[in-house]
Write a protein that binds this ligand. Structure first.
Ligand SMILES: Cc1cc2nc3c(=O)[nH]c(=O)nc-3n(C[C@H](O)[C@H](O)[C@H](O)COP(=O)(O)O)c2cc1C
Length: 330
């Protein structure tokens, strides 16, 4: 099985990619996943509304200091000229790949007919793709769902439009917008998309282990995989998948001391990136995700939610893992 893919001039190796996730794939998490084996890590979506580019939220979403190339930034919006301007602005801020969001079902995005709501309007899809591709000299990728709803699974038509508009690679999440995150992802439509276009296709949806990754690649013939929720609290998943794809062997989960060490490093980076107040709040969900399978995590979670101070949050997590190791040794 191929272990790399190309997006324009960029070699993506391994061909396992961290999905854009608003509120999650900030710079600290992207850097961590790249360090632990993701071939590419896509930013949280950034708005195409220029009035919001100078807010604190946008400033942080467009902060790429220290990130490994290629830097991939997702933009969201519905107006072709605004999307073109957003692409240009993000390239000026360091983006080396621009990803267009037509996959997100969130109300905030869809209320203004952006995200996956755009799939209903193929002419608009074409206009957005073409305007964005024309605006920048970096590769532009597109992320879609299989359609707006099950009665309108138009991913193959949208994929052809994307290819004709100069899109460099296409990610397909195997659900419709109406499906939200319900039920299992289906891969037949992704396989049909792969058959229909020459541009690289990235399969997304429910890739949660090496074995599953191999099955999704086999079912779709895709050039790469994108992992979202499977990476929450588990940035080791990229190595696990690459290892399974290369050898057919599973890996053992990281020992508790390594989980603790990586989580504490992640907390330090979040506290620094967001500052102590917001950093503590953003870190809470990550703590829950990393610790949920460890004994005593429910108690830790309750305690962590009451703490507002970065040093106390860190100390609490350090003690949780130290106590776990003492119990193991006893
Ligand atoms: C918390 C969260 C935030 C998300 N934010 C975005 C986003 O900003 N842009 C986007 O295209 N998709 C977004 N998604 C969808 C994911 O990129 C991905 O397509 C979806 O979760 C399916 O992949 P998975 O089964 O591996 O999680 C988000 C998903 C989650 C769980």
């Amino acid at each position: 099985m191929r272990a790399a893919m190309r997006i324009g001039p960029h070699l993506i190796a391994p061909n396992v990619i961290l999905a854009p996730m608003a509120g999650v794939t900030d710079r600290p998490f992207r850097q961590l996943c790249r360090r632990l084996g993701a071939g590419l890590a896509v930013s949280e979506m950034t708005t195409s509304d220029a009035r919001l580019w100078h807010t604190e939220k946008s400033r942080l979403r467009m902060d790429h200091r220290g990130e490994d190339a290629p830097i991939a930034v997702q933009i969201a919006g519905y107006d072709p000229s605004m999307m073109a301007a957003a692409a240009r602005f993000n390239v000026e801020q360091g983006a080396q790949i621009i990803d267009i969001n037509m996959g997100c079902p969130a109300k905030k995005v869809c209320r203004v007919d952006a995200g996956s709501a755009l799939l209903r309007d193929e002419l608009l899809v074409a206009a957005i793709c073409a305007a964005t591709v024309r605006a920048v000299d970096v590769p532009v990728t597109l992320k879609i769902r299989t359609g707006y709803d099950r009665a309108h699974r138009n991913a193959v038509a949208v994929a052809r439009i994307a290819q004709d508009s100069g899109i460099a690679a296409l990610t397909v999440h195997g659900r419709t917008r109406e499906d939200q995150y319900e039920g299992e992802a289906e891969y037949e439509t992704i396989a049909a998309v792969k058959q229909a276009v020459r541009i690289p296709v990235i399969a997304n949806g429910d890739v949660t282990s090496g074995r599953r990754a191999a099955a999704v690649l086999a079912a779709t013939g895709a050039d790469a995989l994108m992992v979202g929720r499977g990476a929450l609290g588990n940035p080791w998943i990229f190595k696990e998948i690459s290892h399974f794809l290369a050898t057919g062997q599973t890996t053992t989960p990281p020992p508790a001391d390594e989980v603790g060490r990586v989580l504490l490093g992640h907390l330090d980076e979040l506290h620094e990136f967001y500052g102590p107040g917001r950093g503590v709040r953003v870190a809470r969900k990550h703590i829950q995700w990393y610790c949920q399978d460890h004994p005593g995590s429910a108690k830790l979670w309750l305690a962590v939610n009451r703490v507002e101070c970065a040093a106390s949050q860190r100390a609490m997590v350090a003690e949780f893992f130290a106590a776990g190791l003492r119990a193991q040794a006893a």
